[in-house]
Ligand binder design. Structure first.
Ligand code: SF4
Length: 356
């Protein structure tokens, strides 16, 4: 893996983004921000599954003003997502938001941006220059590739903010197309010092969107690019957080919660691997402390994988051997495997609210 690009760090509440801070996982609420109790409830759900930075949509003044109520009830730093109307950004800052996301494609008046930058600077609140391929300002140069136009748009906005004496900047360059997105991030990475927020926008439903995001975000992280990530899915936002941690765990960049090692099953399987793996995942999905659990269908690779896991099952004929830290602790009938496995997991003293 390429050595990580070191960016100028930013602070969102108590959360550091950039520099040598861990890659931060963020998501966005899918509630109506004006419905403060629903939004606070969803933020709590997201916090419980490991989300570290929270973005909320601010489509109107009532939503902007709701931020002060949400902020008082939430322990996650809040970022206000503002489009079109700079007054919403000013109101969100007034309400105590920890960060702003502005889209250079849709607030174009320099005087309006100057007012937002001045208010953000006064409060030391970072602004993300959030470029989206779908909302780029129109350009007469249609022969320029989309990725380059995205970079140009971000650099233009960065220069504007810098000329206003504002440098608490984070940048994102999101497109649905993975190649466009990865090209854009690679192009900008050496051209400015600010942290990069990674994502593939409008990535789709949970399964396809997680794959698309894993490829795009994974390529960039592997190249050492990226300081914070969001997996955008048409699904409950907790699914975004689970997918984000799977990407980070796959690259050895963060450790959190369950890592499930399960074989695909085949004609040699001697237990119902798929049902058991799904049940284990359901039971341990919200555990915060890192744990590796293996569910293996037969003796071909079973004992080897189960031995390497914190807890593991290697299937035999209608039964399974339970391993704990490499030692066989029991052999139980297939019908009792889940219960026996969970007993071993419990004995590892996992804490659902434990350290992230
Ligand atoms: S571990 Fe056994 S059951 Fe699972 S895929 Fe391999 S050979 Fe098949």
């Amino acid at each position: 893996m390429t050595r990580r690009r070191i960016s100028v760090p930013l602070k969102y509440g108590e959360v550091m983004v950039g520099g040598d801070a861990p890659i931060v996982v963020q998501s966005m609420t899918k509630t109506d921000t004006r419905d403060t109790s629903a939004t606070i409830h969803q933020i709590k759900q997201l916090e419980d599954c490991g989300c570290e930075l929270m973005r909320v949509a601010v489509p109107d003044m009532e939503a902007a003003e709701s931020i002060s109520v949400i902020k008082r009830a939430s322990s996650l730093p809040l970022i206000a997502d503002v489009h079109f109307d700079y007054r919403l950004a000013l109101a969100a800052l007034q309400a105590g938001v920890d960060g702003l996301r502005l889209n250079p494609g849709n607030i174009r008046d320099k005087r309006q941006i100057a007012r937002v930058a001045a208010a953000a600077k006064e409060r030391a609140t970072p602004i993300r220059v959030g470029v989206n391929a779908g909302s780029l300002p129109s350009s007469p140069q249609t022969d320029i590739p989309l990725s380059e136009r995205m970079v140009n748009s971000a650099l233009h906005e960065i220069e504007l903010l810098e000329s206003l004496g504002f440098d608490l900047i984070k940048v994102s360059l999101k497109a649905f197309d993975v190649c466009t997105t990865t090209q854009a991030y690679q192009m900008i990475a050496g051209r400015m010092p600010y942290p990069l927020h990674l994502g593939i926008t409008e990535a789709g439903l949970a399964q396809a969107g997680a794959i698309r995001s894993a490829i795009g975000i994974g390529i960039l992280l592997y190249l050492g690019i990226g300081d914070t990530i969001r997996v955008s899915l048409s699904a409950h936002p907790c699914e975004e957080v689970f997918a984000a941690y799977e990407i980070l765990k796959s690259l050895g960049l963060r450790q959190r919660g369950l890592t499930l090692v399960s074989c695909p099953s085949c004609g040699r399987a001697e237990i119902d691997v798929v049902a058991l793996a799904e049940a284990v995942n359901q039971c341990l999905k919200k555990v915060a402390k890192p744990i590796t659990v293996a569910v293996m269908g037969c003796v071909v690779n079973g004992p080897g994988e189960a031995k390497d896991a914190d807890v593991g099952i290697a299937g035999g004929k209608g039964k399974g051997a339970i391993f704990r830290k490499g030692e066989v602790v029991s052999t139980v009938a297939e019908g009792n495997l889940l219960e026996a496995l969970m007993r071993e997991v419990d004995s590892l003293s996992l804490d659902e609210e434990g350290p992230k």
